[in-house]
Design a protein. Structure first.
Length: 300
């Protein structure tokens, strides 16, 4: 059995303690997590002498995959109603506070949070991960409520919420927690916060452009292209969103060119900017626009 197969098995075994958890959540977490780790492996290797964190440490890798699987599961709990609203509320509170869930059937939440707390290179990252989780859950709730309501957001409101619900901050924070990337210190730098916001906006726009056909077919309104067409039926929304994407990308490159961030942040940001061209195209169950099942979204 390969390391990837062992990791998938461990994520699946952990996921069975979460009501509504599906094999897809584990498969996509391992696929996406592997893509990210492969892109930053050499940089993680460079800093391992100072951090003591091996990029091939299976315990760390499985913990990262489990956090990604959790994000996929939470996304579908909101969008697909995998669990009852009162269960979801209890899960969100437990994950955001780092305590056991008050309801049975969600033991994996406490297991994951306890493991990340124990593995944290810098405990500030663990505290930030809890905060990022609260923001992510709130954004998912807000997007779901808006999509179901009569009043539509403006594009600006949608993008503001979408930056939180794309979950990139959670992904970065978990990587920092596990491999000592000093994200807690970097967050104090305005340029780094700008980079986080720009790459998250890029991720949201890529996600919505890639999934617009599938979302439209499924009657899913929580997509920038669909929202804009509802408000402006004759608008060339794809061209507009591609222009928006290009502009955010240029701004990201300018900031990255003016600032220098320690390894592995440059290849990590580049990997996330390129994810639409690589991971989205190979993930057949969740990301491909022509897939017969699943939803085309990085945790949204």
């Amino acid at each position: 059995m390969t390391q990837t197969e062992r990791a998938l098995q461990q994520v699946l075994e952990w996921g069975r303690s979460l009501t509504g958890f599906a094999d897809e959540h584990a498969v996509e977490a391992v696929r996406g997590g592997q893509y990210i780790l492969q892109r930053v492996h050499s940089s993680l290797r460079e800093i391992s002498a100072s951090t003591g964190r091996d990029p091939e440490d299976e315990t760390l890798i499985v913990a990262f995959y489990r956090e990604l699987a959790l994000l996929f599961w939470l996304d579908d709990c909101n969008d697909l109603g995998l669990i009852a609203p009162e269960q979801l509320a209890a899960v969100e509170q437990a994950l955001g506070q780092g305590v056991p869930c008050a309801l049975p059937g969600f033991e994996g939440c406490a297991v994951l949070r306890a493991s990340l707390a124990a593995l944290a290179y810098d405990h500030r990252d663990y505290a930030q991960l809890l905060d990022d989780t609260r923001c992510y859950c709130a954004a998912l709730r807000a997007g779901h409520a808006q999509a179901a309501g009569a009043e539509r957001w403006s594009y600006a409101e949608y993008l503001h919420n979408g930056i939180e619900s794309i979950a990139y901050a959670n992904v970065f924070c978990c990587l920092s927690l596990l491999w000592g990337l000093d994200m807690a210190t970097l967050r104090a730098r305005p340029a780094f916060r700008q980079v986080l916001r720009l790459i998250s906006a890029i991720g949201r726009l890529q996600n919505d452009l890639h999934g617009r056909d599938k979302d439209r077919s499924a009657g899913e309104p929580d997509n920038a292209a669909i929202l804009l067409l509802q408000q402006y039926p004759t608008m060339p929304v794809v061209e507009f969103l591609n222009d928006e994407l290009a502009g955010h990308t240029r701004m990201l490159h300018r900031v990255m060119g003016e600032e220098r961030f320690p390894a592995p942040w440059e290849p990590l940001i580049e990997a996330m900017a390129a994810i639409h061209a690589q991971y989205y195209q190979t993930s057949t169950s969740r990301y491909r626009s022509d897939a017969a099942a699943g939803r085309p979204a990085w945790p949204v």
